[in-house]
Design a protein around this ligand. Structure first.
Ligand code: BGC
Length: 413
């Protein structure tokens, strides 16, 4: 009897122990990198990690939907249900701050100190990874939002020099349109694609100072600069394909290569997508920046959710992300540039090297559509209103609605 009890207790201990051991060696990761270029980039990073940590089982959970529109909802329900994954993709800045302010993430100062990351990650980036004096995130990359990718052959054939101002952009649209070519490849399948374009136009038309003030609640959608930006946006949309609701960002980007349109506005994940599809940067397609001198900053990060499973394995993954090996495996494929400034740039193409130079000298403007500049709940409403504008084209009404949302969300009084 006593012997039977002893064996049962021993079995129970062994079972419990093996469960804990299994959990410790498992890393459950969520991200939204499912499009061409994105998937290959995260696979390359996870491969580096797996090689360094052969004992860990990676449970990869990619959630389709560019810019994380779908994944963010999944994450909120999991975390609210008390089931956080080991780690998940989150934009640096406001988007991550929501989790931090609600006590859902643990600081990772020790990792930052141990590796001396403060010495190699630019200060402006660190400001988006640190909250109330503590580090919570490890950055994977630096993307740039305010870019236009264009078909080089189409531009050359029509003697078009890439524009440096909004006025020139609109002139090019007119020229292409007159030649029977759809100027702008537009997608709006998940709504954010249109909001991304408007964010770029707002920055280019109203300037970085107004842009920053607006997302901080110090300027309003009813201000003349904002009204002007909406007016330009309306004109530009008039030069886009009308069937935009059918297209995701990558499908829209693809249209510039099939010759169905001449250019597409998006972040440099488009470069990862196009090069992954076999097109050559600088030959088949190229890129122009608007406004020149501003760097629309998009930074993807990973952190440590409180009470998450596989904590040790996750801490080791966070370390891998910022190792030279991790950065150099991920970024050339993704179209982004590294989050460390001390790495060999010879493995990057000319476009990325230009982005590195610009990052060091331009005005850095965190993207709102990609989570860094304004609270998520406000941006979700903002995106809905901008998306509706594609159909109404009503500048005054849209400005009033956006202003009302800013008041509702407490961004302005
Ligand atoms: C992310 C990029 C991603 C893009 C499209 C952005 O929000 O920061 O890493 O490639 O969305 O999915």
């Amino acid at each position: 009897m006593r012997r039977g009890f002893f064996i049962a207790a021993l079995l129970l201990i062994v079972m419990l122990f093996s469960q804990v051991a299994a959990a410790a060696d498992e890393m459950l990761i969520y991200h939204w990198w499912t499009a061409g270029g994105e998937k290959e980039a995260i696979d390359a990073l996870l491969e580096v990690y797996q090689k360094q940590n052969p004992d860990v089982t990676i449970v990869d959970n990619p959630v389709p939907g560019g810019a994380g529109v779908e994944m963010k909802a999944v994450m909120k329900s999991l975390i609210l249900a008390g089931q956080p994954p080991s780690t998940f993709q989150v934009h640096a800045g406001a988007e991550a701050q929501l989790y931090v302010d609600n006590g859902l993430m643990d600081p990772i100062n020790e990792l930052w100190e141990k590796h001396g990351w403060a010495e190699v990650v630019p200060q402006d980036l660190q400001d988006l990874l640190k909250f109330n004096g503590d580090y919570y995130l490890v950055p994977v990359n630096v993307h740039r939002a305010n870019l236009f990718f264009y078909n080089k052959k189409v531009f050359d054939e029509h003697n078009i020099t890439p524009p440096t101002t909004i006025e020139e952009l609109l002139e090019i649209c007119e020229k292409l349109d007159a030649a029977g070519i759809t100027p702008l490849a537009l997608g709006s399948r998940y709504k954010w694609e249109a909001a991304h374009l408007f964010e770029t136009i707002l920055l280019a038309s109203a300037g970085p100072e107004f842009y920053v003030d607006y997302f901080q609640g110090k300027a309003r959608a009813t201000d003349p600069q904002f009204i002007e930006a909406l007016t330009v946006f309306g004109k530009l949309i008039g030069y886009g394909n009308k069937d935009h609701s059918a297209f995701t960002w990558d499908q829209a980007a693809n249209r510039i290569m099939t010759g169905e349109a001449a250019f597409h506005n998006n972040g440099d994940w488009v470069k990862g997508y196009l090069t992954g599809a076999g097109y050559e940067a600088g030959v088949d397609f190229d890129v122009f920046v608007l406004p020149v001198g501003s760097f629309g900053l998009v930074v993807d990060g990973f952190g440590l959710p409180s009470g998450a499973p596989g904590r040790d394995a996750t801490l080791r993954f966070l370390e891998t992300i910022l190792t030279p090996e991790g950065q150099q495996a991920f970024n050339p494929i993704k179209g982004s540039i590294p989050a460390r400034s001390d790495l060999d740039d010879s493995i990057y193409d000319e476009i990325s090297r230009k982005m590195m130079a610009d990052l060091a000298q331009d005005t850095l403007v965190p993207s709102a559509v990609h989570g860094s500049a304004a609270p998520d709940a406000f941006m979700s409403d903002w995106t809905d209103v901008i998306h509706r504008f594609l159909y109404t084209g009503d500048v005054e009404q849209t400005a009033r609605e956006l202003d009302a949302r800013a008041v509702e969300h407490g961004l302005v009084q």
